[in-house]
Design a protein around this ligand. Structure first.
Ligand code: OAD
Length: 249
């Protein structure tokens, strides 16, 4: 499949699913997950900060790291990739109804929502929220300027943990099931800015391929998915989406 064919397929498809990873936020200046350990944090591995063991051992340290990432995310703005996905969503919903478009993300930065997308299926949670350690209510964090970690629950005053999925934790079951459903039914799946190395997210594209759907990858680098993809565009999220959407007849 070449670019014009992919663009035509995307244009006519009645069921489209999108998976985004850290690469879609790279153009907003948010480092990808594996590049995020800079400065003071360079001496920690992601597993030493984003795991239940790390949190129980040193909740202050883990909260400091998340508070920094929260401030960075809130200071960043959505980029062209986010905006084009919100536009594609509007078009598909207007033309073919609410089952025509599903946005799934591994990102925890909340930028899709800020770009105007409907709330995506967030496989790994969202770092703009906390979850009460006692009553499990999910609540937005205070504004970044006034936020002093750790946050406490508005209801029971217990400490909240970051509302993200850590290494070794299970993904939220209903969110994963909804994502699987969308990938199974999709005529076209766009896999954008993910290293396709973290499971179960990395396995979702195969559900589309197994049912005869097309998988289009957008990534400046090759990934384990590249060989299986119907088409792989070796470019950034913003450029790749613009090419796919503009090239439509
Ligand atoms: P990674 O940091 O593993 O990979 C980011 C991908 O984005 C790489 O394949 C880059 O080549 C690509 N990339 C970089 N710049 C890009 C750009 N401008 N446009 C498009 N792509 C670009 O991030 P993820 O695959 O999202 O999980 O990582 C998946 C999960 O691994 C994360 O959600 C996190 C981590 O374990 C949890 O926190 C549970």
């Amino acid at each position: 499949m070449n670019l014009p064919q992919a663009a035509a397929l995307l244009r006519s498809a009645r069921r489209v699913v999108i998976m985004t990873g850290a690469g879609v936020s790279a153009e907003s200046g948010i480092p990808t997950f594996r590049d995020a350990q800079t400065g003071h944090w360079a001496r920690f591995r992601p597993e030493d900060l984003a795991s239940p063991e790390a949190y129980w051992k040193g909740p202050e340290l883990v909260w400091d790291w998340y508070a920094g990432r929260y401030r960075d995310v809130m200071a960043a703005a959505p980029n062209r990739g986010h905006t084009l996905l919100a536009e594609l969503e509007r078009r598909k919903l207007a033309e073919y109804g609410e089952s025509a478009f599903t946005l799934v993300t591994q990102n925890v930065d909340g930028l899709h929502l800020r770009a105007g997308s409907l709330p995506p299926l967030e496989l790994h949670g969202n770092l703009t929220h906390g979850r009460c350690e006692a009553c499990e209510r999910v609540q937005p964090l205070p504004g970044p300027a006034s936020f002093i970690p750790p946050p406490t629950c508005n209801v029971c005053r217990s400490r909240m943990r970051p509302n993200v999925v850590w290494f070794g934790e299970l993904l939220p079951e209903e969110v994963l099931a909804a994502a699987q459903f969308a990938f199974e039914r999709a005529e076209v799946a766009l896999i954008i800015g993910t290293s396709s190395q973290v499971y179960p997210a990395a396995a979702l594209a195969d559900l589309t391929l197994q049912r005869g759907g097309a998988v289009i990858e957008i990534n400046p680098d090759t990934t384990p998915l590249t060989r299986r993809a119907t088409l792989s565009l070796r470019t950034t999220a913003g450029e790749g989406l613009a090419a796919l959407m503009d090239a439509s007849p």
